[in-house]
Design a protein around this ligand. Structure first.
Ligand code: AMP
Length: 283
C-alpha cells in the first residue's frame, strides 16, 4: 500500500491504470475510519483493479464555529484499516496544497444543496462539491463510493457529476450501524457514555416513523409529530431538523410513499449527529 501526499504524484499514479484499462475505485473520507468507511472500501475492492482512499479533513466544508480543529484523527489506525480492506493507494493531501494562496474556484450545486444540512450549514455543500471535484481530477476514478449516511451529500455529488459530465460512476452504499442501531460516525467519538445513550433517540425516531408508515400511515404531519416526539423525550437532544422529503429531488411533501426520505440532524451536547431512512427501504 502506497501513502501519497503530493497531488502531482497522485495524478501521475492515476495515469498508468487509465492507460492500460485498469479500473480505479475511489473512496473519499475525512479519516478516523470505522466499519462504514470499510464497507465502501470493500465494495470498491470488488469492483475495480486499483483502490484509492483519500483522507482529507476539508477546511472549506466547515463553518466558523464547527469542529474543524478538533475533528478526530488516527492516521496509524486508518492505515491499518485501509491495508486490511485492500487499499492500494492512500492519498493524504495537505490543505496548503489543496488550497494554495490565490485559490478562488468553487463548485455550487444549487437547489439540492439548499434544504436540510445546507440550511443548517450554509456553504457546506459548496465545500463538499468543490473538494470532490478536485479529488476526482486528481485521482481520476472510474467509480467513487459514498455512504447514504450522508444522503444529501450523495445527492449533491450525483447532481454535480451528471451536470458537469464527469466520467465517474457514483455508487451509493447503505448505512452501517452499531449493534444498537446508532449510525456509525467518526463524530460518535465525541460522545460521553451518557451522550452515547442519548444518541439512540435518532434511530428510535426513524424506527417510530417507519413503524407507522408500515402500518399504513401516510400523513407527513402525523409521521412528523411522532418522530419529533421521540427525539424530544430525550433531555440531552436538541433538534436541528427533522424533515420528510422526496428521496430523489429532496422537495417537501405532504404525503409519504415508499421513496420518502426521513432525514434528521440532532445535537447531543456539543455533537451534531445526522441519520436518515427511506421509508420503503430496509433500515
Ligand atoms: P466522512 O469521513 O464522514 O466524510 O465519510 C466518508 C464517506 O463514508 C462518506 O461517503 C460517508 O457517507 C461514508 N460513511 C460515513 N459513515 C458511514 C456509515 N455509518 N455507513 C456507511 N457509510 C458511511
Amino acid at each position: 500500500m502506497k501513502i501519497i501526499n503530493s497531488i502531482v504524484h497522485m495524478q501521475a499514479l492515476a495515469i498508468a491504470p487509465e492507460r492500460d484499462g485498469r479500473k480505479i475505485a475511489f473512496v473519499p473520507t475525512m479519516g478516523f475510519l470505522h466499519e462504514g468507511h470499510a464497507s465502501l472500501l470493500r465494495e470498491g475492492r470488488k469492483r475495480a483493479d486499483v483502490l484509492v482512499l483519500s483522507i482529507f479533513v476539508n477546511p472549506i466544508q466547515f463553518g466558523k464555529n464547527e469542529d474543524l480543529d478538533r475533528y478526530p484523527k488516527d492516521m496509524e489506525r486508518d492505515c491499518q484499516i485501509a491495508e486490511a480492506c485492500g487499499v492500494d493507494i492512500v492519498f493524504i493531501p495537505t490543505a496548503a496544497e489543496m488550497y494554495p494562496s490565490g485559490f478562488q474556484t468553487g463548485v455550487t450545486v444549487r437547489e439540492i444543496s439548499l434544504p436540510l444540512c445546507g440550511a443548517s450549514r450554509p456553504g457546506h455543500f459548496d465545500g463538499v462539491a468543490t473538494v470532490v471535484a478536485k479529488l476526482f481530477n486528481i485521482v481520476r476514478p472510474d467509480l467513487a463510493l459514498f455512504g447514504t449516511k450522508d444522503y444529501q451529500q450523495l445527492a449533491v455529488i450525483r447532481r454535480m457529476t451528471a451536470d458537469l459530465n464527469m466520467p465517474v460512476e457514483i455508487v451509493g452504499m447503505p448505512i452501517v450501524r452499531e449493534a444498537d442501531g446508532v449510525a456509525m460516525s467518526s463524530r460518535n467519538a465525541y460522545l460521553s457514555p451518557h451522550e452515547r445513550q442519548s444518541a439512540l433517540c435518532l434511530i428510535q425516531a426513524l424506527r417510530r416513523a417507519r413503524e407507522l408508515f408500515a402500518g399504513g400511515e401516510r400523513s407527513i404531519a402525523v409521521l412528523m409529530k411522532e418522530a419529533r416526539a421521540v427525539v424530544m423525550q430525550e433531555a440531552a437532544a436538541v433538534i436541528d431538523y427533522i424533515e420528510f422529503r422526496d428521496g430523489a429531488t429532496l422537495q417537501e411533501l405532504d404525503v409519504a410513499d415508499d421513496s420518502t426520505l426521513l432525514a434528521l440532524a440532532v445535537k447531543i451536547g456539543q455533537t451534531r449527529l445526522i441519520d436518515n431512512t427511506v421509508l420503503g427501504e430496509v433500515l
